[in-house]
Design a protein around this ligand. Structure first.
Ligand SMILES: Cc1cc2nc3c(=O)[nH]c(=O)nc-3n(C[C@H](O)[C@H](O)[C@H](O)COP(=O)(O)O)c2cc1C
Length: 137
């Protein structure tokens, strides 16, 4: 099992439809290729963790890097690990841009979750630390 974490800056013209398209492509490809992970989108920033077979994850990261819907794609960490953390999630996603109370409560939940979540590897640890910093910015 291999995992990779990166962040990036969303294209300023990104629409809700772009996000839907990204998620549809991701869930389709990822479920067929045993890729799991989580994508966060907040204040025009993306943070994503991908896990799966090393070659599949690295090839996917190369196509993600070329994607014009974001820029400044920055590899934070990558490496091998024993187990999946996001099994069952072909790509978990949450957006935190509007101010509704449902989103606010999700936001505080994810901040709590970022403190309580299992952190079996450095990549997962880093993912949650950056997720929390991104949310409270
Ligand atoms: C922030 C972001 C995250 C993405 N995550 C995934 C993903 O998890 N899985 C996936 O198949 N495509 C993902 N994509 C889409 C890929 O960048 C790309 O569109 C897809 O791999 C098809 O590439 P191709 O047109 O070069 O074949 C993501 C795109 C962006 C902008």
């Amino acid at each position: 099992m291999f995992e990779l974490v990166y962040n990036s800056i969303a294209n300023p013209n990104l629409t809700a439809e772009d996000i839907t398209n990204i998620l549809n492509t991701s869930r389709d490809f990822n479920s067929k290729n045993s890729i799991t992970g989580c994508l966060l989108y907040h204040n025009n920033q993306f943070l994503q963790i991908l896990e799966g077979d090393k070659k599949v994850v690295q090839d996917l990261y190369l196509s993600i890097k070329r994607d014009k819907r974001h820029s400044n794609v920055n590899l934070l960490t990558e490496g091998g690990k024993k187990e999946r953390m996001f099994s069952g999630w072909s790509m978990a996603f949450q957006e935190f841009n509007s101010d509704t109370s449902a989103e606010n409560s999700f936001l505080s939940n994810i901040i709590v979750f970022s403190e309580l979540a299992d952190r079996p590897t450095q990549a997962v640890d880093l993912f949650w630390i950056i997720a929390k910093n991104m949310m409270i910015d």
